[in-house]
Design a protein around this ligand. Structure first.
Ligand SMILES: Cc1cc2nc3c(=O)[nH]c(=O)nc-3n(C[C@H](O)[C@H](O)[C@H](O)COP(=O)(O)OP(=O)(O)OC[C@H]3O[C@@H](n4cnc5c(N)ncnc54)[C@H](O)[C@@H]3O)c2cc1C
Length: 401
């Protein structure tokens, strides 16, 4: 039986991605000390782009960094969903969120967001620290590293991503599920005349998709998604990979081919897309999971990083609540966040499956059904996904529902 303490003195965080760093910042805001252990030798996130929906921005605002994000991240005005030939399936007028909730939906380079969070954190972030497992004691947790050393803390948060070592020890070695499709991502340099700022577009073809949006003035981030077996790699040069993608999207509606023509081949990243089914257990004793380690959600709703930031706020809130004990706070956090993340994981998986359809009759039906249910779906997404975060808002946003 654990000897419980009410307010933790030292929190161990495994993983220095967006979730881990946001957690350190959320704890810092509550006056709780933590230390982050990151496997990579340098603290930086990948070169890709992220959509940060208004709920993510409200959470970032609570952490005190939304203004910095908004300064460099283009606000999105409308998300278009079309067929590969440009026939409109539906539109999300996301630009209106700023009036309703007080924060825009933005797009930003992943490393830019990571950098803003990291610069706001004052607690130690130890790099080159590969976590291998933990041991729980009556009054704390020892975190073990690949070099044979250990660190002690009152509790442990596994924010070490979709292939989390902490999760592996807690729940057993379960690899994530391969969705059946692969994502290629890259950056193109385009002027505002060539690419209207604040535009997000997702185009659905047979068994493949293309999405694009601007993540900084003159920088367009794109993603090409295609069905295929897991574990493949692109042989040849980055230029050859780009040519393969040009061939895949030849004849797609403008500006797809222009974006690929303006792409720096070396910016292209390839990755198998994985996710997980919702789990009902995220922790035990003084250990819990957060972000992708807890609820890996595919990119299809653009919410994985936003949810990780929300997790951080909820977890820090429970740990700082008057009279809370560590284990009660962790279980309360898990229960609250599972209710939020479970439907999002399932929705993202379903959208991915719909996007991966290859059969022409199924695609014909998909495009028409989506068009019919579009307005209701958007209304639901706004109220269920975005409005949730008004709990952290002040002023106009606090009154929006
Ligand atoms: C193609 C794609 C597009 C996406 N688009 C969006 C989007 O538009 N909007 C959005 O909100 N989300 C998006 N996401 C999801 C988002 O990227 C993730 O949900 C988010 O990065 C999760 O953050 P995390 O900190 O939990 O995990 P990660 O970002 O994976 O960070 C985990 C960290 O832990 C470290 N680590 C791993 N193992 C160890 C170990 N053993 N010891 C120490 N450190 C370790 C890693 O090096 C890493 O730094 C997208 C994802 C993909 C793949």
């Amino acid at each position: 039986m654990s000897a419980e303490i009410s307010r933790p003195k030292q929190v161990l965080i495994a993983g220095g991605g967006i979730g881990g760093i946001a957690t350190a910042l959320a704890l810092q805001r509550q006056g709780i000390e933590s230390v982050v252990f990151e496997r990579a030798s340098q603290l930086r996130d990948g070169g890709a782009g992220l959509h940060i929906w208004t709920n993510g921005m409200l959470a970032l605002d609570y952490l005190g960094v939304a203004d910095q994000v908004a300064k460099i991240a283009p606000a999105q005005s409308v998300c278009h969903f079309t067929t590969s030939t440009g026939r409109i399936i539906g539109k999300y007028p996301v630009g209106r969120f700023v009036e309703r909730y007080g924060q825009p939906t933005v797009a930003i380079g992943r490393s830019d967001l990571h950098g803003i969070l990291r610069d706001a954190v004052t607690v130690p972030i130890v790099t080159g620290a590969e976590v291998t497992g933990y041991t729980e004691h009556a009054d704390g947790v020892s975190l073990h590293f690949a070099d044979g050393t250990s660190e002690e803390g009152d509790l442990l948060i596994g924010a070490d991503g979709v292939r989390s070592a902490i999760r592996g020890q807690l729940l057993g070695p379960q690899p994530p599920d391969y969705t059946g499709y692969i994502a290629w991502r890259g950056h193109a340099k385009m002027t505002p005349e060539e690419f209207p700022p604040g535009t997000f577009q997702a185009l659905f073809g047979p068994g493949n998709r293309f999405t694009y949006y601007d993540i900084a003035p003159g920088v367009v981030h794109w993603m090409s998604v295609a069905n295929g077996p897991a574990g493949g790699r692109d042989e040849g040069t980055p230029e050859q990979t780009l040519n393969m993608l040009r061939a895949r999207h030849a004849g797609w509606t403008a500006p797809v081919e222009n974006i690929l023509d303006a792409t720096t081949p070396e910016s292209i990243l390839r990755g198998d897309v994985v996710d997980r089914r919702p789990d009902s257990v995220w922790g035990q004793g003084r250990v819990t999971l957060l972000g992708d380690a807890a609820h890996a959600v595919s990119f299809n709703i653009g919410q994985g990083a936003c949810l990780a930031i929300e997790d951080a706020l909820v977890l820090a809130g429970h740990l700082a609540a008057p009279g809370a004990t560590v284990t009660r706070a962790l279980r309360a956090y898990e229960a609250e966040r599972q209710e939020r993340t479970r439907p999002m994981q399932l929705l993202a998986h379903r959208i991915g499956a719909i996007g991966a359809l290859q059969n022409p009759a199924a695609i014909w039906l998909r495009d028409r059904v989506l068009k019919l249910v579009w307005n209701r779906t958007f209304h639901t997404a706004e109220h269920e996904h975005v409005a949730y975060a008004t709990r952290w808002a002040s002023g106009t946003a606090a009154n929006a529902t």
